[in-house]
Design a protein around this ligand. Structure first.
Ligand SMILES: CC[C@H](C(=O)O)C(=O)SCCNC(=O)CCNC(=O)[C@H](O)C(C)(C)COP(=O)(O)OP(=O)(O)OC[C@H]1O[C@@H](n2cnc3c(N)ncnc32)[C@H](O)[C@@H]1OP(=O)(O)O
Length: 296
């Protein structure tokens, strides 16, 4: 059955606890069938520009449908994440939507066509896997929310390390109104961002979260000005404070923060030691020692 297949794809350690296979959650052997299904629902695109600054811009581009995710966009997102996993010079990532709005979740036309439980489960696992890999990239990521982030779009914002909003933008987990709960990993990540009480309130009331409320509860990390190109430029400037420095050091910082967020303490300490070993005595470290740096 589908459920048995699902269980057999998660590997377990000697204590029977699940552990991660690389950066993915599920085995990629699962994807052939769902990729075929998703390819039947075309429209829009997911564009990636890797800049020399080490900051990449990922654009969810389907403005005629408020940047809803068609089937082919889900496939493209997975491909873009794979490209970013292999970007050695990368340090930061901005995820935003085309045409002044963020993303209105799944394309409801595709959703209607795959509303049976089997397809729904497969789409859920596919997007959980892709968004988990997005969050686990060794890049410091920020979702720039202009306009609306609804349903799966709200979930996408939680797959970034940070969120920036404009004064009029809104994030809303509308799933309850759709008779659903988040299925792209958004509930699990939201709890880690705003706590379980906060997440319960946002999900159970399907609250429209404006930029002021989002900042108060820790969902947003700042507000940028609206305007064609302005918000993106401000987001790049904001992210630049965190990505200044050599790529190996920035990537190492993301890796230790990520393992602290995701792993039990002893496991995270071991990971920190491993990552520490990659920068200790490295060129940035030796140059800093030679400079006799003072941190006044
Ligand atoms: C796990 C994730 C979850 C799932 O997959 O189960 C989901 O994400 S479910 C999807 C949740 N999202 C929605 O339900 C969005 C519904 N749409 C709206 O609420 C509004 O369209 C809104 C607020 C996004 C924008 O409203 P506004 O008045 O500014 O514009 P329009 O309504 O005229 O929208 C323009 C145009 O876009 C189409 N549209 C918007 N969102 C979607 C969508 N998610 N899927 C397909 N199409 C979408 C809308 O129908 C309009 O097209 P038109 O041909 O003019 O009717």
């Amino acid at each position: 059955s589908y459920k048995l297949h699902y269980r057999s794809t998660i590997s377990h350690n000697a204590l029977g606890k699940p552990h991660h296979r690389g950066m993915a959650v599920y085995s990629s052997e699962l994807w052939d069938e769902i990729r075929g299904k998703l390819s039947m629902f075309p429209g829009g695109s997911v564009n990636l520009v890797k800049q020399e600054s080490g900051i990449a811009v990922l654009t969810v581009n389907n403005p005629d449908r408020m940047n809803a995710f068609s089937g082919t966009m889900m496939l493209e997102l997975q491909d873009r994440v794979s490209q970013l996993e292999n970007w050695k010079e990368g340090k930061g990532l901005i995820v935003h939507g085309a045409g002044g709005t963020f993303c209105s979740g799944s394309d409801l036309n595709a959703v209607r066509a795959i509303s049976n439980p089997q397809d729904g489960m497969k789409m859920c696992m596919f997007m959980q896997d892709t968004l988990t890999r997005l969050l686990r990239l060794p890049l410091i990521s920020v979702a720039l929310v202009e306009g609306r982030a609804l349903g799966g779009g709200a979930e996408l914002t939680t797959a970034c390390d940070f969120r920036l909003m404009t004064p009029s933008s809104e994030i809303q987990f509308v799933h309850k109104h759709m008779g659903l709960v988040p299925g792209w990993g958004g509930a699990a990540r939201l709890v880690r961002i705003v706590g379980s009480q906060g997440a319960l309130k946002l999900l159970a009331a399907a609250l429209k979260v404006d930029s002021a409320l989002a900042e108060r509860i820790g969902l947003s990390d700042g507000v940028v000005a609206t305007g064609a190109g302005t918000a993106l430029a401000e987001a790049e400037h904001w992210l630049g404070d965190f990505t200044r420095g050599p790529a190996p050091v920035i990537q190492a910082i993301k890796k230790v923060a990520l393992s602290g967020r995701e792993r039990p303490l002893e496991d995270a300490l071991r990971k920190e030691k491993e990552v520490f070993g990659t920068v200790w005595g490295g060129s940035a470290n030796l140059e800093a020692l030679a400079r006799k740096s003072k941190h006044k």
